[in-house]
Design a binder for this molecule. Structure first.
Ligand code: PMP
Length: 381
């Protein structure tokens, strides 16, 4: 019998859209993918070369459970250079993506029945990491006009003696919105809870810069990785930075459940952090060009953009003037004009009536996709 816990895991609705796209593609249709949250760029060559060189040098064994010391040190140096924060290599766990790193952070802090605050809307997998670790989610509704940021007074209303952590994500998936310094600072008033800060979209910021939660508090778990900024989704490499008292427990958790992250890929991670800046700068320039184009076209078509997204590669567009059921709408769009978009409901009930558009696709494809969407909107269905 399937466990109640496994039954409680929600599915990723965007996968349904992708399955539909695949079905259409098998029939020979040309689908434009604006639903996927994955860079369309190849991994920079300098990173590829580091991986092949590590392979030819037999870097094919287990590493330290927390990760290669050289990579952990490079992560510490990176956080010092970017944010001026001092962390040490015993505060870093390298894992096979940010996803397992987040699960292990939850396992480290949650006892059965402990609560974690998450926003509504948010990245759809968060609740499942919490449930997997025996925790409970406490949702806090956020509002489009406020860039879907937490209202601290609403967090306070949800706190209980069992609340262990508050999860934040900036730049955010699905909104692309970057938290300001003040918004991050205001999170530190919750000093009895850990702040879990998903910083995976850091670096992909097109105006100003993103701040790390570690600039404001040490009582935090940072989740970050290589998938997005370095176009390395398939490599599976990410990390967690945690308070010092968790070193041994994180090491024990990782020893048991993963042994270690992939050896040669960790060497490639060092190259990403230290040698790929030129490639990253180029990708950022291209993303920004697409972002501006997409925003202008969506606004022209009547979508409402309450707060301009300046990070990640998403636009979370308010489609409530013509759409009440975002799931049905996304399917109608892909069936009628063969454009994949992600329904807002995927990110929680407060995302209903919104559609998430990803600009991790070429400008040419984005143009074609938006042209098709314009035709779709001009018809009465
Ligand atoms: N957090 C957010 C907000 C994401 O969008 C993603 C990927 N879609 C992840 C975490 C997981 O990334 P990965 O496991 O590839 O590092």
């Amino acid at each position: 019998m399937i466990s109640k816990r496994a039954e409680s895991f929600t599915s990723f609705i965007v996968m349904d859209v992708m399955a539909k796209a695949e079905e259409l593609e098998r029939k020979g249709e040309h689908v434009i993918h604006l639903e996927v949250g994955e860079p369309d760029f190849s991994t920079p060559k300098v990173i590829m070369r580091a991986a092949t060189s590590a392979l030819s040098n037999n870097k094919t064994r287990y590493t330290h459970a927390l990760g290669l010391l050289e990579l952990r040190q490079a992560i510490c140096d990176f956080y010092f250079k970017e944010y001026g924060v001092n962390i040490t290599s015993d505060q870093v766990l390298v894992s096979t993506g940010t996803s397992p790193a987040l699960l292990f952070a939850m396992l480290a802090i949650l006892d059965h029945g402990d609560e974690v605050i998450i926003s509504n809307p948010r990245y759809p997998c968060y609740q499942n990491f919490i449930l997997a670790a025996g925790g409970k989610i406490k949702e806090v509704k956020t509002y489009p006009e406020e860039g879907f940021q937490y209202r601290p007074q609403d967090i306070k209303k949800k706190l209980s003696p069992r609340t262990k952590a508050i999860l934040i994500n900036s730049p955010s998936n699905p909104t692309g919105i970057v938290m300001s310094k003040d918004q991050l600072q205001s999170m530190t008033q919750f000093d009895k809870q850990y702040i879990i800060s998903d910083e995976i979209y850091h670096g992909l910021v097109y105006q100003g810069r993103a701040h790390s939660i570690l600039e404001f508090t040490d009582k935090a778990f940072v989740i970050n990785g290589f998938s997005k900024l370095y176009a390395m989704t398939g490599w599976r490499l990410g990390y967690c930075i945690f308070p010092k008292e968790f070193t041994q427990v994180m090491q024990r958790i990782h020893q048991n459940f993963m042994i270690s992250a992939n050896g040669f890929i960790q060497w490639a991670g060092i190259a990403a952090l230290t040698k790929a800046q030129k490639d990253v700068t180029k990708m950022i320039r291209i993303y920004d060009e697409r972002r501006k184009y997409m925003l202008a076209r969506l606004k022209d078509m009547g979508f409402v953009i309450h707060v301009e997204p300046t990070g990640a590669f998403y636009v979370f567009a308010d489609a409530r003037c013509f759409c009440t059921d975002s799931y049905k709408e996304a399917f109608r769009i892909i069936e009628e004009v063969k454009v994949g978009v992600t329904p807002g409901i995927d990110f929680g009930s407060a995302g209903e009536g919104f559609l998430r558009f990803s600009y991790a696709n070429s400008l040419e494809n984005i143009k074609e996709g938006l042209n098709r969407l314009e035709i779709y909107l001009s018809k009465d269905y």
